[in-house]
Ligand binder design. Structure first.
Ligand code: NI
Length: 156
């Protein structure tokens, strides 16, 4: 286990399209464990591999309530979205800022687990927002590219 450094959006890694994971091996498991530790330490809701400098299609989302419950999504694809939500969104790679982003209110994804088995996951509100935000990271898209505007100091 080990904490990984979270890169900011100044780093080129955050703006690249990530490659699919093809090896579901010990190296992937170490990455997932490190990312989980890093996410829990950060207090964030989601973390994508490019945020720790790894250009692979790996995302973690904390889908828990009071207690953390980390969902590992490998090679995730958006299957279905519906509805709409509009509100503030932040990113561990854009520290101290929040922007107003329109997202679907419901999202269903398909992904592989750490052993390569495909499964589906769905979520509403914050989870749906997080799925969309994190999947965007895998295509080099930061929320600041799709937001309306940053929140002002007063609004924060
Ligand atoms: Ni982010």
């Amino acid at each position: 286990m080990g904490l990984r450094k979270i890169l900011t959006d100044k780093e080129p890694a955050l703006h690249k399209v990530c490659k699919p994971v093809t090896a579901f091996d010990a190296k992937l498991h170490k990455l997932l464990d490190d990312m989980a530790e890093t996410l829990l330490d950060s207090g964030g809701v989601g973390l994508a591999a490019p945020q720790v400098g790894i250009l692979r299609r790996v995302v973690l989302v904390d889908v828990g309530g009071e207690e953390p419950e980390i969902l590992e999504l490998i090679n995730p694809e958006l299957l279905e979205t519906s509805g709409e939500q509009y509100g503030p969104e932040g990113c561990l790679s854009v520290p101290g800022k929040y922007g107003l982003v329109k997202r679907p209110n419901y999202a269903k994804v398909r992904a592989q687990d750490r052993d390569g088995n495909w499964f589906e996951a769905e979520g509403e509100e914050l989870i749906a927002r997080c799925f969309c935000h994190e999947l965007d990271h895998l295509d080099g898209i930061i929320y600041t590219q799709v937001m309306d505007r940053f929140l002002t100091e007063d609004e924060m």
